[in-house]
Write a protein that binds this ligand. Structure first.
Ligand SMILES: Cc1cc2nc3c(=O)[nH]c(=O)nc-3n(C[C@H](O)[C@H](O)[C@H](O)COP(=O)(O)OP(=O)(O)OC[C@H]3O[C@@H](n4cnc5c(N)ncnc54)[C@H](O)[C@@H]3O)c2cc1C
Length: 396
């Protein structure tokens, strides 16, 4: 059986999982992505914080999707036209019979004035590079004017992204101080979080452990501290306090890619398209929506939070469902298999839980490394594992 024309939008965790599974079943598809590579979003804090070279955090799509029938279109999707079975890209219009939307997320600014214009974000390889270069250039020029706000970094948000970034930046600071002859005692790394605690998805003991580790590395964690406005090089807090800093990074939340809402799909307050138990849009039965783009209600009646592991699992299931749908078979319902959460706190230490078992310290860091190995294996087997694996080690 050869499938009808299937188009996948986005080559992140969800889109790649669908594409890899379709290839394994010898089914043709077109995957449309902004770049000719797939990047490892869950690891972006590592190159942003100087752990390793940026090239190690992406892989060309053709190195994963080998079959000639797998068409790769490098283009930006500008609009979705589900009523006409079309997507509009900057390279022209593309028709489909079945569509998989895996376009990921956009930052959630919660309407905080000035945040979008004055803060950096960490959500793609390009933005990770911007964070890295901005900090390096800002620190480097301290020698010109001795302006200490150059040596202050503010990270908004203490979820997984903000905390992992702080862990990585904390380890980079001594290196930067040595490279540019900066006073290490003047470097400040401050995390600002409106909620009462960091890493809300973890148990209290693990949250406390993460706090202890980060504070021992010099990170100032200010929970219960809401940002109300961001000016160029300055944040204003609910308390009335202002903090000046030349580097402000926002990691406080995500919402779905805005193209989904613009196309008229039924969406939740985060702009995610409502899907049924098969990850199929409730509006169009030939459209599947996965990952951070999908509003999927879990078995507990709550919307599934956006994670890479959910995106991957949905992606594989949707490939099977696409085949079943066209083959007269029955589609399978999605059941999220929560493998747990692991947060790195720098290269050698982590915190988290796997299948309900808590892990901290070096063992959590090793478990996190194991998830990288597993992912590389899933993408490209032994060859990809041997090519990429060694490159993840901290630069010497
Ligand atoms: C620093 C960091 C750490 C994280 N750590 C974890 C973790 O430990 N565990 C976990 O489960 N999750 C983690 N996450 C969350 C996880 O990365 C996301 O939930 C996951 O990437 C979502 O997968 P997705 O396929 O929906 O979207 P993505 O992986 O974001 O993929 C979307 C793809 O669509 C492409 N795209 C977007 N717009 C367009 C367009 N208009 N045209 C063409 N292409 C487009 C993008 O370039 C990208 O390739 C982390 C995220 C960050 C930023």
């Amino acid at each position: 059986m050869v499938m009808a024309k299937t188009v996948i939008l986005g080559a992140g965790y969800g889109g790649m999982a669908t594409a890899v599974a379709l290839e394994k079943s010898h089914q043709p598809f077109t995957i449309i992505n902004k770049h000719e590579y797939h990047y490892f979003t869950t690891l972006l804090h590592e190159p942003a914080g100087g752990r390793n070279q940026f090239e190690n955090y992406s892989v060309p799509l053709r190195d994963v999707l080998h079959r000639a029938e797998s068409e790769i279109l490098v283009a930006s999707v500008n609009a979705l036209r589900p009523q006409e079975n079309k997507v509009v890209t900057d390279s022209g219009e593309v028709d489909y019979e079945y569509l998989v939307i895996a376009l990921g997320n956009a930052p959630e600014y919660f309407g905080i004035p000035g945040m979008q214009d004055n803060a950096l974000v960490l959500r793609s390889l390009d933005t990770a590079r911007q964070v890295h270069e901005h900090i390096e250039n800002t620190f480097k020029s301290w020698q010109e004017d001795h302006d200490d706000t150059r040596l202050r970094i503010l990270v908004g948000g203490a979820g997984l992204t903000g905390i992992e970034l702080c862990g990585e930046l904390a380890e980079w600071m001594p290196e930067l101080a040595a490279d540019y002859n900066l006073p290490l005692e003047k470097i400040e790394l401050i995390n600002l979080e409106a909620a009462p605690s960091i890493l809300p998805m973890l148990d209290e003991g693990l949250r406390e452990e993460a706090r202890r580790v980060l504070e021992s590395k010099g990170v100032q964690l200010r929970t219960g501290t809401a940002i109300t406005k961001v000016n160029p090089n300055q944040v204003e807090l609910k308390t009335g306090e202002t903090i000046d800093a030349k580097t402000i990074i926002w990691t406080g939340g995500v919402r779905a890619n805005p193209l989904i809402k613009e196309a008229g799909f039924e969406v939740d307050p985060k702009g995610r398209a409502k899907v049924n138990e098969f990850c199929q849009s409730v509006d169009y039965e030939n459209v599947f929506v996965i990952g951070d783009s999908a509003w999927f209600t879990g078995e507990d009646g709550k919307p599934l939070p956006p994670t890479g592991q959910a995106a991957e699992q949905m992606g594989s299931l949707v490939a099977d469902n696409l085949i079943a749908l066209q083959n007269g078979g029955s589609m399978q319902a999605f059941h999220f298999n929560n493998r747990g959460t692991l947060a790195s706190l720098g290269a050698e230490v982590g915190v988290g839980s796997v299948k309900g078992i808590p892990a901290k310290g070096v063992s959590a860091a090793l478990l996190k490394e194991a998830t990288k190995v597993k992912y590389l294996w899933h993408l490209g087997g032994l060859r990809m594992l041997s090519e990429k694996r060694g490159q993840f080690k901290r630069k010497g």
